[in-house]
Ligand binder design. Structure first.
Ligand code: PGA
Length: 244
């Protein structure tokens, strides 16, 4: 079987004013054109930058995604953004259930599942984030936690092209800590049977240009979800260049 193409996705989180977003998108577009990486590339800017970044990256081969969406297509939801609005701006992906949304916005598995259905109805692929906390890993519950997040968050009729899973141990996000390669491989292999066949499983949490090659060489790893290092065009492209 042909190997799945790896996906490197940048999660810009709540970073960037208009000028920063424009500059980063221009740099990314230029680097991607000069030296197309051996993987699929995606950036997920904050909602305020989607339009300008999408315009700049059009035709560059770098896809556009969002960081969250509401479960309803429209209506009285002050401050929220719907999946059809994201699709309208040219998004192809939306990150759902990121640990920062689960902790700071109290997002439950059920809420994530409803958003996933909304994303699919709008024609977006969902990047579902799951991952254990430090104390859960320390007490040997990492797999049980991740399994229950997967089983609770994935909507029915999930299929590979419209679902990507990102395994992001919460303790590795933004901390510079990364699990051992054996632990990453073990978790990815353990969750694969829980997912529709051919679903790509990304690793996320402190991926940087130094550790990317080792992580992306793991046969169980189908790409990376990158936070901090995605805010520097060169670093992000170096990570993408490390794909198999
Ligand atoms: P990080 O973030 O790369 O800064 O650790 C990853 C993420 O939150 O998706």
């Amino acid at each position: 079987m042909r190997e799945k193409r790896q996906l490197v996705a940048g999660n810009w989180k709540m970073n960037g004013l208009l000028e920063d977003g424009r500059a980063l998108a221009r740099d990314l577009g230029r680097l991607a054109r000069e030296n197309p990486p051996p993987c699929e590339l995606l950036v997920c800017p904050p909602a305020t930058l989607l339009f300008v970044v999408g315009e700049i990256l059009a035709g560059s081969g770098v896809a556009l995604g969002a960081q969250d969406c509401h479960a309803a297509p429209k209506g009285a939801h002050t401050g929220d953004v719907s999946a059809p609005m994201l699709a309208d701006l040219g998004c192809r992906y939306v990150i759902l259930g990121h640990s920062e949304r689960r902790s700071y916005h109290g997002e439950s598995n059920e809420a994530v599942r409803e958003k996933m259905v909304a994303a699919w109805e709008a024609g977006l692929a969902a990047i579902l984030c799951v991952g254990e906390r430090e104390e859960e890993r320390a007490s040997g519950r990492a797999f049980a936690v991740v399994k229950s997040q997967i089983q609770g968050s994935i909507a029915q009729s999930a299929a590979a092209p419209r679902l990507v899973l990102a395994y992001e141990p919460v303790w590795a996000i933004g901390t510079g800590l990364v699990p051992s390669m054996a632990d990453i491989s073990e978790m990815h292999a353990a969750i694969r049977p829980l997912l529709p066949s051919a679903t790509r499983i990304l690793y996320g949490g402190s991926v940087n240009p130094k550790n990317a090659a080792e992580i992306l060489a793991l046969s169980e790893v189908d790409g990376a979800l990158v936070g901090g290092a995605s805010l520097k065009a060169k670093d992000f492209m170096a990570i993408a260049g490390a794909c198999r």
